[in-house]
Design a protein around this ligand. Structure first.
Ligand code: LLP
Length: 428
C-alpha cells in the first residue's frame, strides 16, 4: 500500500497535489511519502514480531535498512526514528546513517571491497557488524582492528549458491557471483577468526538477490545457512547472529505479486525454529520503492508519419536508470489524466543514446506537451543511482508528510556543477 492517490482528478502524495511541487521545484524531481516509508517499515517489523522472530538477546529483530536503495538523509532519519538500523556498503553510507541518527550499534557494513580507511572508520564509530566477504578481507579487517586497537565484530557473508532475483544483474547468490565465501571457506575461516584476538566472529549473513518474487529460493538458501550455523556450533564455535539480507520483491505494476512480509516472516520462523539465534535483515526496495515517484513533464509529443509516437520527457536515464539498465517496468501515470482512449507511446528522455527509453509501446491516455507524469515505484534505486550524464543537473528530492512538504535535496545550479572541477595549471 502507498500514499499516492488521485483526488479530484489529480495525483497526490499524501495531502499534497504533485502539481504544487512541480510548480515550486520544477521537474524532474523525486517525491517521497513519509507515511509510506513508515508504513512499510512497521508492516515488516510487526510481521516479524507476530511470527515470533527475535533479535540478539531476545529483543526485536534488527531491521537494517539497505541505505543504497535510497540514502537521502531525511529518508534515513524518518526510518531511524522508528528504530531502523542501516545496512551500509561504504564509508559514505555509514556517515549518512550516523548523520541521520541511526545508532552505530544498529549499523552493519557489507560489500566485497571494503578499504582499510573505511574499516578503520567503521571500527572507530563502533558499528555493530562487519560482513566479511573473503579471506583477504578477513586478514585486512584483523590488521586494521589491531592498528586502531579495537577488535572487530564480524559476520561471514556466505554465498549459498542459490540463484534468485528479478534480473540477472541483481542476482548475487550464485557460486559464480563475486559475493561472499563458500560454505567450506566459511567453516575454515570462522574457526580461524575465533583464534584471532582482533576478530570476534559473531554470525553469518547471506543476500541472494533483489526483487525476489518467490519464497522457495530464499527458503532453500536460509536452510543451508541454518545447517552451517549448526555445523559451526557443533565445533564449539559461538554463532549469535544470522543476518538474512534483503531482496524481498515489491509489487511493481504488471509484475508477479511478491510474497507478503507476513509469509516471508512465517517462512523464516519455520526455517530458524529452535535455533536460538538473533536475526537481522537488510531490506531496501521493500521499504523505499513504492514510497517514491519521479515527477516529470512532457516536453513534446513527436508523431512520425510512418507510425511511431514518442513522448519526450524532461526526465532521462540519468535521473532513473532502471529501465535502461535492467529493462525495469515503472508504471507511468499522468498527474491530471485526460479523458480519451488509451494508445501506444514510446516514452523517452533527452539523453543522446537509444537506451534513454523508459518504455516502448506503452498504452497511455492522451498526453500533451506541458503535462506532468509520474513514474511510480521509483523510491528505491532511483535518485540513488542518478548521475549528471550529459551534464544534466542532479535530480532534486522532496519529502512529503501529510500536507507539508520539504525540498530535502535541492537541484544544484550550473555554477555548483562547474565549480566542483579544477583546471590543471597548464590550461589555466
Ligand atoms: N543487502 C545487501 C548485501 C545487498 O547487496 C542489497 C542490495 C540489499 C541488502 C538490499 O536489497 P533489496 O532489499 O533492496 O532487494 N539497483 C538494483 C538493485 C541492486 C541491489 C543491490 N543489493 C535495482 O535497481 O533493481
Amino acid at each position: 500500500m502507498n500514499h499516492f492517490e488521485f483526488r479530484e482528478g489529480e495525483l497526490h502524495c499524501e495531502d499534497v497535489p504533485l502539481s504544487r511541487i512541480a510548480e515550486a521545484v520544477g521537474t524532474p524531481v523525486y517525491v517521497y511519502s513519509s507515511a509510506t516509508l513508515e508504513r512499510h517499515f512497521l508492516v515488516l517489523a510487526e510481521a516479524m514480531a507476530r511470527a515470533g522472530l527475535k533479535g540478539e538477546e531476545g529483543g526485536p529483530v534488527l531491521i537494517a535498512y539497505a541505505v543504497k536503495a535510497n540514502p537521502n538523509l531525511s529518508v534515513l532519519a524518518t526510518l531511524a526514528r522508528l528504530g531502523a538500523g542501516a545496512d551500509t556498503v561504504s564509508e559514505g553510507e555509514i556517515r549518512r546513517a550516523l548523520a541521520a541518527g541511526v545508532p552505530a550499534t544498529r549499523i552493519v557494513f557489507s560489500g566485497v571491497g571494503k578499504q582499510a580507511g573505511e574499516i578503520a572508520f567503521a571500527l572507530d564509530a563502533g558499528i555493530s557488524e562487519i560482513n566479511v566477504e573473503s579471506e583477504p578481507e578477513m586478514r585486512l579487517v584483523s590488521q586494521v582492528a589491531q592498528r586502531v586497537g579495537r577488535p572487530a565484530r564480524i559476520a561471514f557473508r556466505v554465498n549459498p549458491d542459490v540463484v534468485a532475483g528479478g534480473h540477472a544483474k541483481i542476482s548475487t547468490g550464485g557460486a559464480e557471483d563475486k559475493f561472499g565465501v563458500s560454505f567450506s571457506e566459511a567453516e575454515r575461516l570462522y574457526a580461524e577468526a575465533g583464534s584471532d584476538p582482533w576478530l570476534e566472529p559473531m554470525g553469518l549473513t547471506c543476500h541472494i538477490g533483489s526483487q525476489i518474487s518467490a519464497l522457495a529460493p530464499m527458503e532453500a538458501a536460509f536452510r543451508r545457512m541454518r545447517e552451517l550455523v549448526e555445523r559451526l556450533r557443533a565445533r564449539g564455535l559461538s554463532v549469535r547472529r544470522l543476518d538474512l539480507g534483503g531482496g524481498l520483491g515489491v509489487p511493481y505494476f504488471n509484475q508477479p505479486e511478491p510474497p507478503s512480509p507476513a509469509d516471508y516472516a512465517a517462512m523464516v520462523a519455520r526455517v530458524t525454529d529452535g535455533l536460538g539465534i538473533g536475526l537481522a535483515f537488510e531490506p531496501g526496495r521493500l521499504i523505499a520503492a513504492n514510497a517514491g515517484v519521479l515527477l516529470a513533464q512532457v516536453l513534446h509529443i513527436h508523431e512520425r508519419p510512418e507510425g511511431r509516437r514518442f513522448v519526450v520527457l524532461d526526465a532521462a536515464m540519468n535521473d532513473l536508470i532502471r529501465p535502461a539498465m535492467y529493462d525495469a517496468y515503472h508504471d507511468l501515470r499522468p498527474v491530471h489524466p485526460r479523458t480519451g482512449a488509451l494508445s501506444a507511446f514510446d516514452v523517452v528522455g533527452p539523453v543522446c543514446e537509444t537506451s534513454d527509453t523508459f518504455t516502448r509501446d506503452r498504452d497511455l491516455p492522451p498526453l500533451e506537451a506541458g503535462d506532468l507524469v509520474a513514474f511510480m515505484s521509483a523510491g528505491a534505486y532511483g535518485a540513488s543511482m542518478a548521475s549528471e550524464y550529459n551534464s544534466r543537473l542532479l535530480v532534486p528530492e522532496v519529502l512529503v508528510r501529510g500536507s507539508n512538504w520539504a525540498l530535502v535535496r535541492p537541484r544544484p545550479t550550473y555554477e555548483d556543477m562547474l565549480s566542483r572541477e579544477a583546471m590543471p595549471p597548464w590550461l589555466d
